[in-house]
Design a binder for this molecule. Structure first.
Ligand code: SAM
Ligand code: SF4
Length: 342
């Protein structure tokens, strides 16, 4: 790629990010691509239409927008997707944004399916990433292959090992799926605790059409927690990531169990995040369609127009999502999680 230009002005802009409900926005998630090398059944349909490459933001545009958010008070950026590491210039973006760590940005992190982590873990660490989330819905090779439609769990486990060798702290993300991996949850927590990793369980959310009815796979995490409390010594943990998870500490280990339960425990009152898609749309809520077009803003009006569009998005940020998994096959929102950035 071209040599990375000097960082843009990092001095704070006197326009802090507060939404219409008075919530301070400190966290930006960036979907660097909507593409993926897996097809997890709860996330994507088997046949997906992805955004044409001509519509995507250039790396430089993503970086400029992200840096603007940092100048306006965002302290944490997560790169996600789709699978962020399938975008060819993803590591260049990590390196570019890594230069803001310690200059307004406290944390640069990413969520990955881990398939390419073995090759990239060291580069991520070198760029200033300290922690990553790796999605792993099963450690059983056949079940992993079934859930992802064609994934190889060994690749992901190798990726996790490489990440840890590179000094990255790894948190495992696991979507609870009835009749698929729900019986494996205690074993996953046990493994995470033995390995010194955190585990976050996630309720399946009605985002985008898939080939099945999510209600058939929905597992309320309230029930999972009751079961885990009977098996593990779990103490409520006051850790607050500013995010949707509620935490428990697993006795006798450094492991934290997180539960993200948008269906059974709404967390919107403390929402501190917004999401940028790979084609430049800024969504202020995962569960709503309202958005502003930062691609048009940056191309037509530069950073002043980006600021104005961000302000408009924050002013209109909804108070809460209205997810209801019992809506059957029709999802609450047509966009897949991979478009908005999970
Ligand atoms: N490809 C990367 C990965 O899988 O980690 C990053 C993107 S993925 C969309 C981010 C997270 O969203 C993953 O942990 C995934 O399991 C989760 N996810 C995807 N679709 C979901 C859905 N409909 N409901 C709940 N979680 C979902
Ligand atoms: Fe890809 Fe992640 Fe969605 Fe799985 S959850 S299909 S790995 S974007």
């Amino acid at each position: 790629m071209e040599p990375v230009p000097a960082p843009t002005d990092r001095s704070p802009v006197d326009r802090r990010l507060v939404d219409g409900q008075g919530r301070a926005i400190r966290y930006l998630r960036v979907s660097v691509t909507d593409r993926c090398d897996l097809r997890c059944r709860y996330c994507m349909a088997e046949e997906m239409t992805f955004l044409p490459r001509s519509e995507l933001l250039a790396l430089e545009e993503i970086a400029l927008i992200a840096e603007r958010f940092v100048a306006r008070g965002v302290t944490k950026i997560r790169l996600t997707g789709g699978e962020p590491l399938v975008r060819r210039d993803a590591l260049d973006l990590v390196r570019r944004l890594g230069r803001s760590v310690g200059h307004g940005l406290n944390e640069l992190t990413l969520t990955t399916n881990g398939t390419r982590l073995a090759d990239h873990a060291q580069a991520l660490a070198d760029a200033g990433v300290r922690r990553i989330n790796v999605s792993l819905d099963s450690r059983d090779p056949a079940l992993f292959r079934h859930i992802t439609r064609h994934g190889d769990v060994a690749q992901v486990l190798n990726g996790i090992a490489a990440a840890r060798d590179a000094g990255l702290r790894v948190k495992i993300n696991m979507v609870a799926l009835k009749g698929l991996n729900d019986s494996e949850i205690p074993a996953m927590l046990d493994w995470a605790a033995c390995e010194g990793m955190d585990l976050t369980l996630i309720e399946t959310m009605p985002l985008g059409m898939i080939n099945e009815d999510r209600a058939d796979r929905f597992v309320p995490l309230t029930a999972v927690l009751d079961d885990l409390r009977a098996r593990f010594d779990l103490a409520p943990d006051s850790h607050d990531s500013g995010g949707p998870a509620r935490y428990w500490r697993v006795g006798g280990s450094a492991t934290r169990l997180g539960l993200i339960s948008p269906l059974t425990g709404n967390f919107c009152a403390t929402c501190n995040r917004v999401r940028l898609t790979t084609d430049g749309k800024l969504y202020s809520c995962l569960g709503h369609d309202d958005h502003v077009d930062l691609r048009a803003a940056i191309r037509e009006g530069g950073l002043a127009a980006v600021d104005a569009a961000i302000d408009a998005a924050l002013g209109a940020k909804p108070a809460r999502h209205d997810f209801d998994v019992s809506q059957g096959a029709s999802p609450a929102v047509a966009r897949h999680m991979s478009v908005t950035g999970g």
